[in-house]
Design a protein. Structure first.
Ligand code: AMP
Length: 404
């Protein structure tokens, strides 16, 4: 089988108008090249970076995902700036898929049956799965002989306990319509929890870890013995924490009440709660935490409320998961806010003294680096671990392709 011993893997993340890519050499896990195609189907923009830096960052016609894929391959194999001599050097392609729903419990080799499963799940992931399929199909055209693997954001959460997985509504909605909690950011929670156990020098099977993925979208997971016990996102990534533009968990009757009062269609209300709520709505400034922190420091009251809401939701989920797990061995902060927001980590941890959390403020004074920030006498070890979903996708892809 082609690719069996080839350790170069292309990881792709297809959005509705974008395509992020990374070419990874699995021999040493180095990133040979990476970049982003944006505004596909619109005016088109693409960048391409190698270890030497940005090679190009330019407007370019990207009428569809197929053209974008071809340009990625052209850049990677370019005589002057390419990092491989031909596309045959790519052993496999790993695709990130947001919704694996009730069908997929693990990463899979792409077959017609797997594609059909992803298609069936478009009802559950209407924003993401159709575009992921576009990506898969475009790659099959460009690299017809290269195996492809799909890695789902939800599979890590498939081990959730029944009491966490289901909503307390009549069973018919779960049984007939698959309404249940699927979670998201699973690849990130899996990566940082495994890495945390590795840094602790312990078997994940014996550890309870709370992983905090705090970015534009945020979720927290309770990881017990290396498996997800509970996570904050639900049927969709709208549930849970207050996020950049998402409201997080709210009383569900807010939807029917707004509908009754305003006549706004349910789809528009969902859109409002997904794209125009969260930190953006409360601060009335931005959904970006950096802008809010700056405005708060300048005395903006709404920015202060937005920031406090974010802190409250992080503290609430950590507290809840500590109670659910019974004891906590470690906590991890990751993603844009988790990796970079020193003050947020300090304020959250300062409140967790009741569960024996102490952090070292000097060590916490770091951004975007893998650092243990545990303080003296802490009963819980605390880490900052930059997430690496691409590497996790590449590892799964390699394992599946090597087993062929
Ligand atoms: P992500 O979705 O993981 O890319 O994270 C995006 C979020 O991370 C945004 O809210 C940013 O404001 C936040 N972020 C990125 N860098 C910093 C920083 N240096 N300090 C605070 N927040 C940051």
């Amino acid at each position: 089988m082609k690719g069996k011993n080839n350790m170069i893997i292309l990881v792709v993340n297809t959005g509705s108008s974008s395509l992020k890519y990374q070419l990874i050499n699995m021999d040493d896990e180095s990133v040979l090249a990476k970049g982003l195609c944006e505004r596909i189907g619109e005016d088109g923009h693409m960048n391409y970076k190698t270890e030497a830096g940005t090679v190009f960052d330019k407007d370019i016609a990207l009428p569809d995902h197929g053209v974008a894929m071809q340009l990625v391959i052209d850049a990677l194999t370019d005589k002057e700036h390419g990092v491989i001599s031909s596309m045959d050097e790519i052993g496999a392609v790993g695709h990130r898929i947001v919704q694996g729903g009730y069908i997929f419990d693990k990463s899979e080799l792409i077959t017609d049956e797997v594609e059909a499963g992803i298609e069936e799940l478009c009802t559950l992931g209407p924003l993401h799965n159709p575009t992921a399929l576009l990506g898969i199909r475009a790659f099959k055209k460009v690299l017809p002989n290269t195996p492809g693997v799909v890695v789902f954001d939800t599979t890590f959460h498939r081990t959730m306990a029944d009491e966490c997985k289901y909503y307390a509504i009549p069973w018919v909605y779960a049984e007939k319509y698959h309404v249940q909690r699927y979670g998201a950011h699973g690849t990130s929670h899996r990566y940082v929890s495994e890495r945390c156990a590795e840094l602790m020098g312990q078997d994940p099977a014996g550890l309870n870890i709370i992983t905090c993925h705090l970015g534009n979208g945020s979720s927290i997971s309770a990881v017990k013995g290396g498996k997800c016990y509970d996570t904050s996102m639900g049927l969709t990534p709208l549930e849970g924490l207050v996020m950049g533009t998402r409201c997080g968990s709210i009383d569900p009757t807010v939807v029917s009440f707004i509908y009754e009062q305003t006549g706004m269609p349910v789809k528009e209300i969902t859109d409002m709660m997904t794209k125009k709520s969260g930190l953006l709505a409360v601060s009335e400034i931005s959904g970006d935490c950096r802008d809010i922190t700056k405005a708060e420091a300048e005395g903006n009251k709404k920015a202060h409320i937005a920031r406090e809401m974010l802190l409250r939701s992080v503290k609430r989920f950590i507290g809840a998961y500590a109670a659910e797990l019974g004891h906590v061995d470690a906590m991890v902060f990751t993603a844009g806010i988790g990796e970079n927001d020193i003050e947020l980590r300090e304020k959250v941890c300062d409140n967790l003294g009741f569960m024996g959390v102490v952090i070292d403020k000097e060590k916490n004074n770091c951004r975007g680096k893998e650092v243990e920030i545990t303080g003296e006498g802490s009963k819980v070890r605390v880490f900052v671990i930059p997430t690496n979903e691409e590497l996790m996708i590449a590892k799964d892809t390699q394992a599946i392709v090597e087993a062929l």
